[in-house]
Design a protein around this ligand. Structure first.
Ligand code: CP3
Length: 344
């Protein structure tokens, strides 16, 4: 695996061509995923290692990606903590009893991921056997802010009103919740690394809703604890959206690679992140809907701005949308490889 261009780029070593993978590269835009979803729910796929393995490998077979990401969901650790949920068609995740008070936080349970999430670890081992070194495998988990927002809102939110009310109104309870989450997540990522993932990504998808001062007060210390606990084992990626104003703070929180979205040009983002870190970014996923000329021009612009400096991993600013034509994803991956090879 030491020859993987994805892992080399994480370490800012020179590569033959820019590595590429896509958030949500497994999912509804693929016919073979939709076919499986007719027979199994999302949680069934996540809980059965054979199915999770199959879905993890679907994009690797069809698209010229340089990494696989284990098929799972960010919310899985919530259930063994005492926060059961389900996915409601057309609406997304829904928790049965979201956190509403400090007492709810004190009732949360600690758990051993090697028992309660053993199916994820089994899927990691199975994927690694089947990949046999073809491309590296990325593990992942949610960052405390993003996980806390689901635990408190009970599902997706546009304004995070309940989350911020608890954060501002009961800061001690907030920090207690995030301490529990950071210890669970650090342990869970450690278990994924033990099971054999080659890199991990921490998703703080919604942290861009915080101003910089609030990020430093309410999110940074908890995220930082996770990165310091897993430091030095495998490359780590720290991702969020809407983070143009907090990239320096995210860098301080940790990650060998910092993710950025399309709201900021990659060269500006890299200046903020610092050139002693790698960057993963940052095409707007909507551009993959077409027209392809525009998609490819934007991809070229990103590659030109990243320049010849080692340490760029090409990805989208957020996940692939379900209505994306699979041919566009195939074309984009091939284009990134051929165009960046020519630029070297
Ligand atoms: O990237 C990959 O290919 C790996 C798979 C993956 C899933 N969820 C599977 C999934 C990953 C990395 C996640 C992470 C995740 N889950 C995040 C962070 C990433 C991000 O998008 O910011 C979040 C916020 C969640 C929580 C979650 N799971 C939501 C809000 C939803 C509903 C949204 C939607 O698109 O319907 C999910 C469902 C989910 N998780 C799907 C997939 C492929 C949708 C598929 C389905 O219903 O069949």
């Amino acid at each position: 695996m030491s020859t993987s261009r994805f892992l080399s780029a994480c370490r800012r070593e020179p590569v033959d061509t820019t590595p590429v993978w896509f958030m949500r590269q497994a999912g509804r835009y693929m016919a073979e995923y939709r076919a499986l979803r007719e027979r199994y729910s999302l949680l069934e796929i996540c809980r059965q290692p054979d199915l999770a393995t199959e879905v993890t490998l679907q994009p690797v077979r069809r698209i010229d990606v340089d990494a696989a990401i284990i098929f799972s969901d960010l919310l899985l650790p919530l259930e063994p903590m005492g926060l059961p949920f389900d996915f409601i068609k057309g609406e997304g995740p829904q928790l049965e009893r979201p956190i509403g008070s400090a007492e709810d936080i004190d009732r949360l349970r600690d758990f051993d991921p090697r028992e309660s999430l053993a199916h994820v670890l089994d899927a990691i081992r199975q994927v690694q056997r089947e990949l046999a070194g073809r491309v590296p495998l990325i593990g992942f988990a949610g960052a405390p802010f993003t996980l806390a927002s689901y635990a408190i809102e009970g599902g997706h939110s546009n304004n995070f009103a309940k989350t911020k009310s608890l954060m501002y109104g009961q800061p001690e309870a907030w920090h207690r919740l995030c301490e529990r989450l950071s210890s669970v997540v650090a342990d869970y990522l450690g278990a994924q690394i033990d099971a054999g993932v080659d890199a991990v990504q921490l998703f703080d998808s919604w942290v861009g809703t915080l101003g910089a001062d609030d990020y430093r007060e309410f999110a940074l210390p908890h995220t930082q604890r996770i990165f310091s606990q897993i430091a030095g084992r495998v490359p780590t990626i720290h991702f969020g959206t809407g983070t143009s104003t907090i990239l320096r703070d995210m860098r301080e929180a940790g990650g060998d690679v910092i993710g950025a979205d399309w709201r900021i040009p990659i060269d500006d983002a890299w200046t903020q992140i610092g050139t002693d870190r790698a960057i993963q970014s940052n095409l707007d996923p909507t551009l993959l809907l077409g027209p392809v000329g525009r998609m490819l021009r934007h991809a070229d612009d990103i590659l030109a701005r990243a320049g010849s400096r080692p340490g760029h991993i090409f990805n989208l600013g957020h996940g692939i949308l379900p209505s994306t034509p699979v041919e566009h994803v195939q074309l984009l991956a091939q284009h990134v490889h051929s165009a960046s090879r020519r630029m070297r």
